[in-house]
Ligand binder design. Structure first.
Ligand code: SAM
Length: 203
């Protein structure tokens, strides 16, 4: 258990995070790629963008990514030359005129407490342009023992939630278009249980 917690700290290092996550990055975003026409996306806000993991999917769009970790953002700026900013989502105040048709939160919310997650979603819904959506990928805490539950409990994000809790949180602020649980596997073995949520803001 100690080793996993130490590894969690190591994930703050850009290279370590990329090596650990790179093999799974495509699988994590696969449902979003499957359900959406990326050629139509115009403005993207990638919240908790990490070291720019997902920006390559949005080459034709006007893309902004932000993350609390300056080392990730430094790496992302040098590698991808897109618009990356160091920012804590909990204190994020986007200018009122800013709107995005694709607001992405890929594996961010399980780093936030319940009050933080509520505040963030409540605020982000106002940044979605008419006809746009929020797209959320999140870490599910399975009910039963096994590798996915163990990995979720020992993730560096301290707030993995049950499917029911995620559904309740998302639907407080968004109308559900898609709520799709899916596993991430390695050699046929389930590692993480994730959920993809696509929603339109409730106003
Ligand atoms: C599991 S990583 C996901 C990164 C990226 N979205 C990806 O798909 O690889 C979670 C990210 O959330 C960021 N993060 C955690 N708390 C944050 C906060 N309060 N504000 C902004 N970013 C935060 C972390 O620095 C980390 O990059």
């Amino acid at each position: 258990m100690q080793i996993l917690k130490k590894m969690s700290g190591l994930m703050e290092n850009t290279t370590a995070y990329r090596l650990w996550q790179a093999p799974f990055a495509d699988a994590k975003i696969a449902p979003i790629l499957h359900h959406n026409d990326f050629s139509k996306i115009q403005r993207v806000l990638d919240v908790g963008c990490g070291p720019g993991t997902n920006c390559r999917y949005f080459e034709k769009a006007d893309y902004t990514g932000f993350d609390i970790n300056p080392r990730y953002i430094d790496y992302a700026c040098r590698k991808y030359r897109r618009n990356f900013v160091v920012q804590d989502v909990c204190t994020f105040e986007a200018p009122m005129e800013q709107r995005f048709d694709f607001v992405l939160l890929n594996s961010l919310l399980h780093h936030l407490t319940d009050p933080e997650a509520h505040r963030v979603l409540g605020r982000l819904r106002h940044l979605v342009s008419p006809g746009g959506y929020v797209h959320i990928v999140e870490l599910v805490l399975p009910e039963y023992r096994g590798i996915p539950r163990w990995l979720a409990v020992n993730d560096r994000g301290n707030f993995p939630r049950s499917l029911t809790a995620w559904k309740e949180l998302f639907s407080t602020y968004f109308h559900t278009a898609i709520f799709e649980p899916y596993p991430i596997k390695l050699l046929g073995v389930g590692l993480w249980n994730l959920v993809y949520f696509k929603g339109e803001p409730k106003v």
